[in-house]
Design a protein around this ligand. Sequence first.
Ligand SMILES: [Zn+2]
Length: 596
Amino acid sequence: MDSGDKTTTPTPRATPSHEAPAWVRCDGCETLIYGKRFARSFRVCPECGDHARLTARDRMDHLLDPGSARLLETEGPPHDPLDFTDTKPYTDRLAEARDATDLSEAVLCAHGTIQGQPVVAAVMDFRFLGGSLGCGVGTRITHAARTSLRTRVPLLLVTASGGARMQEGALSLMQMAKTAQALADLDEAGILVVSLITDPTYGGVAASYATLADVILAEPGARLGFAGPRVIEQTTRERLPAGFQTAEFLLGHGLVDDVVPRAALRGRLANLLALCRPGTEPGPGQSESGQPAPGQRESGSPEPPDAESVAERPPDGDALLRSLEDLPRREAWEAVRLARHPDRPTTTQYAEHLLEDFHELHGDRSAADCPALIGGPGRLDGHPVMLIGHDKGGPRLAERQRCHFGMATPAGYRKAARLMRMAAKLGLPVVALIDTPGANPGADAESGGQAVAIAENLRLMSRLPVPIIAAITGEGGSGGALALAVADRVLISVNGIYSVISPEGCAAILWKDAEAAPEAASALRLHARDLLRLGVVDGVVPEPAGGAHQDHTEAAALLGRALTTTLRGLVPWDPEELLRARHERFHRFGLEETSQ
Ligand SMILES: [Zn+2]
């Protein structure tokens, strides 16, 4: 396999600080760097930020807590299954690689901790035959995965590889299948797998364990691909764009979750490991505490109206408005205008206020990263959750344009689906914040399969075995909103709207007059009060006086309280009971008993 351009660049041998060369020349900017300083920064150039390669041992030293690493036992010396000779016998090459690296294979595996969080780490070393994937590497990666499975400790894969090992022929190819199988076992067991892509990661490693992780992080500038750039250029006779296959390029194409500088890696990894720690599977137990079961709530239930019934803020302790008497009476069009107010908090802003340790993940792992739909794990009131939500971009026009005004692309819905599957695997409740005018009215969205992407989310959510809370924080526009709202509890902000079509669209079609939008808004019954009466929403989230746009901090606090209260009512959960109730919640719509 091709191994990229940098693979022939001479680099100094391993440089643990005690044997650092006096001076090192940066590959990126050619600056001469004082050796000890270079080693102290774990080989990141202080001038240009170039991330030079690390040996597996230095990488372990960098990532794992001092003294925490316990090497996993390796399984025999590498062999020569084909009796392979090119210009030199394979056995000689192996012996030379072992001498040069002091490793038995191109990967080093250990148990350890990162900022106290236990992890099994498999770290590749590019110096050993270009980090190639042969039987020895495949066996060690599989062994590390099994160790993760047995101990229920997350697996971290740090990759650096030119691809499969030619000297082991088809047996080397089989290691891709073997390692993929080992990771599938971890998926079934609900154990987090994180891969860290370092430069370069190509061929068989890229097309197996490097990219089968729940979270794919990459170092700045690290290249990842199946075919190397020279092979592509020679085959197609076309020049590749600058930065092709780099981490930054891949982030923009939805293929990696994040690009993380080496200095920030330990913190980011520890954060992820803590959020997605396995072994916190929900036990069987009651899934409800004190909330009415879905489908049984009486609309306009006879709670006594209190003196503050028209206030938008509830008495302390009431996180949700559940009675019609508590909701303001207003024209539907007024609700539409408030729901669309450009200064309302975005999902990104809510995430900043509501979540601790929010770790935004990017991309649909297929084609793109949609900025109009964001998500990632974080901690809500101390409880790890997976947040997903539309993002309109805020008040500035440029940001709103970048976020397609909150209208997600198919890649956005696919990213949401990926994050929800990850949540299901790891047992994290899903919190979906909905604020979208609707589906994306673009040709690209259509040719990208928008309808399919939305439909698949509806099906996925109807069977997702973790609690789902959806909160419409602004506009809940048509199928684009529902694609995040097949939930156990659906909340809406008191100034939110939820509708099958925009009032303008409805007016144009049925009234043949877009000016009739306010009339259409009223007829569509799209504001909180009507939706609560219809049972489409289970509760209404209060907002600061005048609306969420008046005070983001207060709006976030009120939303946080509503979400936390709702979450407490769903945790712990029994997956079967959860799915039965969710099914019932949506099945009842349109049946006679719910007609009002
Ligand atoms: Zn440099």
